[in-house]
Structure formats: structure tokens, C-alpha cells
Design a protein around this ligand. Sequence first.
Ligand code: ASN
Ligand code: ZN
Ligand code: CA
Length: 417
Amino acid sequence: PAPRAAALASAELRAAHPGLTGLTVRPQLVVDALHGAPKLAWRTQTAARDTHGNPVARVVLTDARTGATIDAWDSIETAAGDGQSLYSGTVPLETTLSGSTYQLKDPTRGNTYTGDAQNKTDLCFFGICFVRAPAVLFTDADNHWGTGANGDRATAAVDAQYGTNTTWDYYKNVHGRNGIAGDGKGSYNRVHYGSNYNNAFWDDSCFCMTYGDGDGTTFGPLVALDVAGHEMSHGVTSKTAALTYSGESGGLNEATSDIMGTMVEWYAGNSADQGDYLIGEKIVKPGFGKPALRFMDKPSTDTKSADCWYSGVGNLDVHYSSGVANHFAYLLSEGSGAKVINGVSYNSPTCNGSTVSGIGHEKVGKIWYRALTVYMTSSTNYAAARTATLNAAKDLYGSGSAEQNAVAAAWSAVAVG
Ligand code: ASN
Ligand code: ZN
Ligand code: CA
């Protein structure tokens, strides 16, 4: 009977997702012709939310006469859509179908979603927020999002959601990390924060990403892939090494975000935003006066960042003391000297007159991630970062390996060690 089928199906969902809430159960009498001779069966649809708030759902098919389970399968209503982004072309999006409306929320990536901050701002003092700009979930009738232009408020949302998806995939597929916190739970994005707001930031307290639209003269909307990867990597750092955001550890915190944001951009393999060693090349406008925010091959190109370590480099703003590690990461990836990659010209000097050769950005991402998550701590400075990455390279490629030797040479080339 129906109640028995319903009880069985609910028990299955509860067993798979302990602590679920908002359970709904809907048994339907059907003729099952797919499992042997046609017979009367209960097709029971269950749905609920898990402890993270993610939707979970399962269908259980039971024999109406005997009550035996015939078949069962998970059945979350994920929909495959697409979006026209501002910077990354047309991109695939996994969304949630709720009733007849699509939501910009991805059940396959921990329910990451994107909302509209409606040009409002947070009001916070010393990290405590009294007012928060909203994140009004984007919805759509046909699951084709944005237009590729700013006139549609969903366009920036497409970039933000794509950036979160790509960052999620990079950490998961390359490093086996399940989400920013490693707990399978998605974060969320707010776009159109404030007005003419020339920044983007990660906030640990909401575990969320926020993007301004830029003033249109120095910056466009700050929703590019490397910016997304940069900001969300601040979340990864806060959950792992927790590098203190001042002094040399602060520079390493910033560099971690630049390095991993760059790895996300390379990982995406998107022809509209190809991999490079520049930060923010998509968001800068002519009024900024430079082709990117930061330049990893030669950080001093921005006129503020350090190329080489020196005693006191930790007194610089963290976005400039990061230069030493960004330079290290470029040299370790591509080597010193002049090089053109994907149409971008680089020319990376060394601080000790050496010539170094690179091992490729993929290995650098692996070494840095392992150093960050296994060896670095809140007080790691440049000397300790050298040791951390040497240990990571030893774990990954062996003691005395070419990779470990390259790590040593690249640090020496930026005057660390
Ligand atoms: N976009 C900046 C950053 O990630 C925001 C900040 O100043 N923390 O570094
Ligand atoms: Zn940052
Ligand atoms: Ca870039």
C-alpha cells in the first residue's frame, strides 16, 4: 500500500542523508513495464534538504503487491543550461529547476549560487557586519542566462557562477579538495555590489564572494576568472595554512591567491580567456594605464611590487610583498628570460644572475597546494615557504628530483635562501 511504500522510501533517503530536513514524499501508482513482466508498482518521489541545505531527492519503485523494492535512484532536478558571459564566452551552467523556474544554483557543486546585491553595500566595523547587501538569487525562464553585455544584470552573474564552478572543479579534479572548505559545501556570489565599486573580495564570515561592477574607466565588472580564483583561494588559505594577512605571511597569502587564481585560469582552457601569468588582464580598462593589475614574470612592472626578497619586504602592502612569490611561481613554471605564451610577451629576470628553467605550471600548482595545505602555517615567512615547497616537491616527486632542485633554484633566483 501507499503508506508502506512512502515509509520505505523516506527511510532510504534518511539513511543516505542523516539529519535531513523538510522531507516530502509523493507515492504514485504506476505500471512498471521496465523490470520484467508489467506489474503494478508504487513510484515514490522523496525530496529534502541535507544538513548543508543542499537539495537531495530519491525515487523508489516498489512492487504494489509484495512491497519489495524493484529499483531506486537519486533524482535531484539538475538542469543543463548555458550563459553568455562578459569575459569567458558562452559557458555551460548546471542549474536547479524549481517548479517551472530555473535558479542560478548548482546542485552538482555543493549548491553554489549567485545572487544580485542590488547595488547595495555591507556596513561592517572591524569584521562585524550590521547591514549586509543582499544576494537575491538569479532566476530565469529558459535556462539561457545573460547576453554577454552589461545591460542584462544576469551577464555578470554568469561570469561569477562560471568562476566559482571552474574554481570548484580545479580544486576537486586536480587536488581532490571538495569545495573551498573541503566539506562539499558550496559558497555563494554576490554581483553588482555597491555602485562603481572597484574591487572584489572574499569574506570568511559569510563564506561568500562579492564583486563590484567597477567604475567603467579604471575597471569593468570584476568578475573575471583569475579574480574569482584569486578571491576563492583566500577561502582555501583561511581553512588551511591561515597565513596571517600582514608582513611576509600576508604577502604569501596574497601570492597564494594570485598563483592559484592563475592555475584556475589555465585549468579552464577557455579560448576567450586563455591562461597567462597576468592578474586581472580582463577587468582593467584604458584608464588603469597598465594591461593588468599584476605581472608574475616581473612583478615590479606594476611599479609597486617586489621582484626580489630583501629584509623589510614584509613592510610592503601584502599585494606588493606578494611579488617575490609570484616571481618564484613564474620562474618555476616557465623559467627566466624572454618568452611568448598564448600571444603574451614575458621577460623574467633573476635576482642572482642565474638562468633557471621551468617545470610547467601544473607541477607548480601541485607543489604550492601541498605546501599550503600540509606545511605552511599562519606565521610562515619567505624562508619557511622555501622549506615548505621543497618538502612538498620531495613528497610529490622525490628527494633530489629535478622538480625539487628546480624549486630550490627558483627561490634562490628571487633571493630567498
Ligand atoms: N581584492 C582584494 C584582495 O583579494 C580585496 C582585499 O583588499 N582583500 O586582495
Ligand atoms: Zn587577495
Ligand atoms: Ca590572468
